[in-house]
Structure formats: structure tokens, C-alpha cells
Design a protein around this ligand. Structure first.
Ligand SMILES: Nc1nc2c(c(=O)[nH]1)N[C@H]1C(S)=C(S)[C@@H](COP(=O)(O)O)O[C@H]1N2
Ligand SMILES: [Mo]
Length: 354
């Protein structure tokens, strides 16, 4: 893993560790934490469901297992800061310089959030479902526990899970044991780990990570002085793609070389095509999409054999989704002060020696 920070623990797998693997092994899955991993106390742990519901609930994991059908969903998590390094190359950005690896895919097992909210009797005035966790982050001033929210429509869609297992194993502490939210198709920040409380409310969460962080600010705004509610709140993931092999800076023999990577279209969209260019976008060849049996919430791996000339080459990739959206050419086009949603073409430079 490439460790960006030990406290809080932030690490991403190198591209080669993600290449060709539809499911990311647990020990390779990126870790994104804004505070310390809380001490785990599975026996004492319980989940409170309250707010705009007819019947507030207090549930243990055993209650959840007994009351609701178990459900497994394969879902890609992607941090909104994935590929921030590319934006920071345009102009400085504070925060972890994530490469292509702040995204990973697991099969998640738990119960549907919709069933739990139905059981509690969600009231019609409820418009947002807020999540609270106990890990206290020093990033906001004063320090604050982690939280966030999603609109009721997404919360009631069948794919949102309260999960206790990842790839068939109990969730490890770093990934949210004993219970986390998994919001497929939405930025990783909404998949709250170490979940303690689910609150139905009329407005979005006032938590720092909903109201202040994870927002796209206009380029001229000082991120340290942006107030709550400023900028565009991030929810569904924007279409992106990345090259996982060859590695940036690789030295190869001239001739045929296989280029592989992932593409990911957010909420409700599918990757429809992936293009690769060796001439900075003048011409594009279409990559083959790998067979994908993991359903609509998983990324799409792709591959293409290109003919590399002697000397230096830059390989570029862009994806298209089923709404015919594609990616912007340069990180400068999408640069923003907090460094989120770098959807620009991904590029790797390689050199071929004869
Ligand atoms: N409680 C809590 N939940 C959290 C976070 C956090 O710091 N605390 N980080 C969020 C962010 S920003 C991301 S991208 C995902 C990362 O999940 P992972 O560490 O399992 O990869 O968790 C989200 N859930
Ligand atoms: Mo994130």
C-alpha cells in the first residue's frame, strides 16, 4: 500500500494491485479515514434509528440479522479525492495526494437500509437520512465526529446496505466494524463507517463532512474560509477512468503492449465505451470491456493491446457512459480548491527502448 498518513490512516493500493481484479482483496482495499479508527466493542455496540420515524429503534447486529433479510451487493467505493494528485499538479491543493487507487470494489453483506427505515415507520416529512459515527476528526474546528447524509430517495433504493461483512469476511476495524453504510454509486464519504445512529430528518446533515467538506468550490474561493453550504455538494460519483497498467514511467520494449484499467460511472449509469489514445486525443481506439458479472454498482475493467513506438509515449484514456457523457481532457478544466472529482482523461507516460 502507498501510505499517505498513519494518523489518521490513509492508504491506497498501487495501480498494479488493482489491475485485472474485479474484486479487491480486503488487505488491498484503500483506507480513507478522517479520524482515528475507534476501539471496537461489538458486544456493547448498538444502532439507534430515530428522528422522523413512527417507532425509534435500538438494534444490535444480532437484531438486524434476525429482523431483516441478508443481502449482498458488489459495489465500488470511490473517494471523491481519487486522482487528486492530477489536480494538485495544476495548482496546489491541501489534503492527501491520492493517485488512482482511492477506489476499490468489494462484495458487501448486510441488510437493506430501506427495510430498516420501513420497520421504523419513516414519516412522509423525512427528506434526508443522516448517519453518525463516533470517530472524532481534528479537521473541523472545533473537532467533530464523522457524519453525513443521503436523500430519502437514495436511502430507500434497494442497493443501500448496512453492512457487517466485506468479501465474505467480517468487516475489519479499519473498514467500519461492526457496521457501516454502503451507498453504491455515491462518493465514498457517504458510506459512513462504525455507524451508530441513523436519523430521518427534513434537511441534509449539518455535519462538517456534509456541509463543508466534499463540496466543489469555485476556483477563486479560499477553502479554509468557505462556510457551510457553499459550493456543490457531492453525491453521485462522476464518470471517470484510470490506467492501471503499464505503470506511469514504465520502460518497456517497443511493440505490442497491453493497457488495462478501470472505468466507473456513478449512480444509475453504466460505462458504455472506453477509448485509448496514443496521440493526445487526435485518434482513439476502443478498449475491450472485461466480462462483468458483478452488477450495476461495480466498476468496469477494460483492456487494449496497443503498438508502442520506440521512444516516449503518453497513453491516455477516457470513458463514455450510457447517457453519452464523456470525460474532460485536462485536470485544469475541473480544478477546484478542495481537489475533488478529477474526472479528466487519465494519462501514463512510458518509454520504449529498442
Ligand atoms: N466514520 C467514518 N466513516 C467514513 C470515513 C471516516 O473518516 N469516518 N471516511 C469516509 C470516506 S471519505 C471514504 S472515501 C470511505 C472510505 O472507506 P474505506 O476506508 O473502507 O475504503 O469511508 C467513508 N466513511
Ligand atoms: Mo473520501
Amino acid at each position: 500500500m502507498v501510505v499517505h498518513n498513519d494518523h489518521p490512516f490513509n492508504a491506497e493500493p498501487p495501480p498494479a494491485a488493482l489491475a485485472g481484479r474485479p474484486i479487491t482483496p480486503v488487505d488491498t482495499f484503500y483506507a480513507r479515514n478522517h479520524g482515528p479508527v475507534p476501539e471496537s466493542d461489538p458486544e456493547g455496540w448498538c444502532l439507534v434509528v430515530d428522528g422522523l420515524v413512527e417507532r425509534p429503534l435500538t438494534l444490535s447486529v444480532a437484531h438486524l440479522r434476525a429482523l431483516f433479510p441478508e443481502q449482498t451487493v458488489v459495489a465500488t467505493l470511490q473517494c471523491a479525492g481519487n486522482r487528486r494528485a492530477g489536480l494538485a499538479g495544476v495548482r496546489d491543493i491541501p489534503g492527501e495526494p491520492w493517485g488512482r487507487g482511492a477506489t476499490s470494489t468489494a462484495s458487501w453483506t448486510g441488510v437493506g437500509l430501506a427495510g430498516v427505515l420501513e420497520h421504523a415507520g419513516l414519516r412522509p416529512e423525512a427528506a434526508h437520512i443522516a448517519f453518525e459515527a463516533p470517530d472524532v476528526s481534528q479537521e473541523p474546528s472545533p473537532p467533530q465526529a464523522y457524519g453525513g447524509s443521503i436523500p430519502v430517495a437514495k436511502a430507500m433504493a434497494g442497493e443501500v446496505l448496512l453492512a457487517w461483512a466485506m468479501n465474505g469476511e467480517p468487516l475489519p476495524p479499519a473498514h467500519g466494524a461492526p457496521l457501516r453504510v454502503v451507498v453504491p454509486g455515491w462518493i465514498g464519504a457517504r458510506s459512513v463507517k462504525w455507524l451508530r445512529r441513523v436519523t430521518a430528518q427534513s434537511g441534509p446533515s449539518g455535519n462538517y463532512y456534509q456541509a463543508v467538506a466534499y463540496r466543489i468550490l469555485p476556483p477563486g474561493v479560499d477553502p479554509d474560509h468557505a462556510g457551510p453550504g457553499e459550493g456543490i455538494s457531492l453525491g453521485p460519483v462522476a464518470l471517470s477512468s484510470a490506467i492501471l497498467s503499464p505503470a506511469d514511467g514504465a520502460r518497456l520494449a517497443p511493440g505490442p503492449a497491453e493497457v488495462t484499467g478501470y472505468a466507473y460511472a456513478g449512480d444509475g449509469r453504466a460505462v458504455a465505451r472506453v477509448d485509448v489514445s496514443l496521440d493526445d486525443g487526435a485518434t482513439w481506439a476502443q478498449a475491450a470491456l472485461d466480462p462483468q458479472d458483478d452488477g450495476p454498482w461495480a466498476w468496469q475493467h477494460w483492456r487494449l493491446t496497443v503498438d508502442l513506438p520506440e521512444g516516449d509515449s503518453v497513453i491516455a484514456v477516457r470513458a463514455w457512459d450510457d447517457a453519452a457523457e464523456t470525460q474532460p481532457e485536462s485536470p485544469a478544466q475541473v480544478w477546484n480548491p478542495k481537489g475533488y472529482a478529477n474526472t479528466s482523461w487519465d494519462r501514463v507516460a512510458v518509454t520504449c527502448d529498442a
